[in-house]
Ligand binder design. Structure first.
Ligand code: URA
Length: 229
């Protein structure tokens, strides 16, 4: 972790105050004054501010049941950020793991642990995400087979990775994906001549959505550890 991030996570100072303290030589790493705010620090380093050892706040891991017309961004845009629904301290330290469109609802993971979120989003982890998809037209057997095999999306050079489609009704399926391309679900159904009318994420890896709309909760240790390597 960068020194400025470490100090930010360990004190109540804001970013400017942290940078000022480092520049003014008030921060020591293993008893050496370090004035480079980008200096990398490690778990076994002793980091001190004005001679007092700093201990970072533990990482936080949350899930939220996103409703429509909220955006997966730290700042409000055309719609409000979903972080407005979470009333905890130092909210600006959190980030959203993998985005949902403004009109998509369901499971969103939120954390301040960059390594953990990288484990969920990096392609080689092949973390499964399950979406409940409502469709404008009845789905055909051929479409299911194309989606499951992998399909070329407009403007891309590689077909999608194999997916799993679970039939619920003619116009409702569960789709399990191990990648996360831009608007992937909507584009996959468009590619087979259909249209998504409602999209809801129910599961990421082993984590299942079990809070009501707009409600959040902390993840259990087991849920957090299911993504650690
Ligand atoms: N795929 C989409 O098309 N939209 C989402 O929000 C998530 C996956």
């Amino acid at each position: 972790m960068r020194l400025d991030k470490f100090v930010l996570r360990s004190t109540s100072m804001n970013k400017d105050e942290v940078l000022q303290s480092i520049e003014n030589g008030l921060v020591q790493v293993n008893l050496q004054i370090i004035t480079d705010n980008k200096h990398q620090v490690h778990e076994n380093n002793v980091i001190q501010l004005n001679g007092k050892t700093l201990f970072p706040r533990p990482f936080r891991y949350l899930l939220l049941n996103k409703t429509a017309n909220k955006i997966c961004s730290n700042v409000d845009g055309h719609y409000p950020s979903l972080l407005n629904d979470i009333d905890i301290e130092n909210i600006d330290e959190l980030h959203i793991v993998g985005r949902l469109d403004a009109d998509t609802t369901g499971l969103v993971l939120i954390t301040d642990d960059g390594r953990w979120s990288f484990n969920i989003t990096r392609p080689d982890m092949q973390c499964a995400k399950v979406y409940r998809v409502n469709l404008a037209k009845p789905i055909s057997v051929e479409s299911i087979s194309l989606l499951e095999k992998g399909i070329m999306l407009d403007g891309e050079t590689k077909p999608t990775l194999p997916a799993i489609v679970t039939f619920i009704s003619a116009t409702e399926v569960l789709l399990s994906l191990t990648e996360g391309r831009y608007h992937q679900v909507k584009r996959m159904f468009f590619a087979v001549g259909n249209k998504v009318t409602k999209l809801h994420r129910e599961q990421i890896g082993h984590i299942k959505l079990n809070t009501t709309a707009d409600q959040w909760r902390f993840l259990s240790d087991d849920e957090v550890n299911s993504f650690n390597d």
